[in-house]
Design a protein around this ligand. Sequence first.
Ligand SMILES: [Cu+2]
Length: 193
Amino acid sequence: MADTPHDSATQGPPGTPRWVKALGIGIVVVVLLVVVSMIIVGGQHGPGLHSPSGSDRAQIPSASGPSTARGIGGPADADESARTVEVTTFDTMAFEPGTIEVSAGEAVTFVVTNAGQAVHEFTLGDAAMQQEHANAMEHMRAGMTHDLPNSITLEPGETGQLTWRFGVAGTLEYACHEPGHFDGGMHGQITVD
Ligand SMILES: [Cu+2]
């Protein structure tokens, strides 16, 4: 009879039940996870998060310089030139004359007459400048005038002039960049000796 409470007492202390041990291990694991995660979150504010984004922006391609810095000369006043060359533009996509010879350092006044029924232009420069001008013309409406130091645009029957002092020896071009005209053959050659 007296055994019963005694038995129950001896059944209690035989050691910590398994679920208590499991709970304890679980708590330890959870605490460790929390601590580790706090360390990780805290570490993200350190240097590891700073990406080198600043250096990515240093690679902007630099624009090319002015075309006139290539030794081809530049615009000059008409009274600086001792020589005049008359040029005529035709609707056959031709300049007359088709070739012109000048001397290095010489200032020449080109008097250009448009003998056609269409708008034509006289643009002087090296091959790269002609390409630049062609690109610029693609962004303009046909027939739109544009006054550049190396270019004149002429209405039908109009005469205009352009004075240029040539630079070093080489080969330059004069061309018309009205739509389709250059590709139609409307360009001539200037030999600078
Ligand atoms: Cu033309």
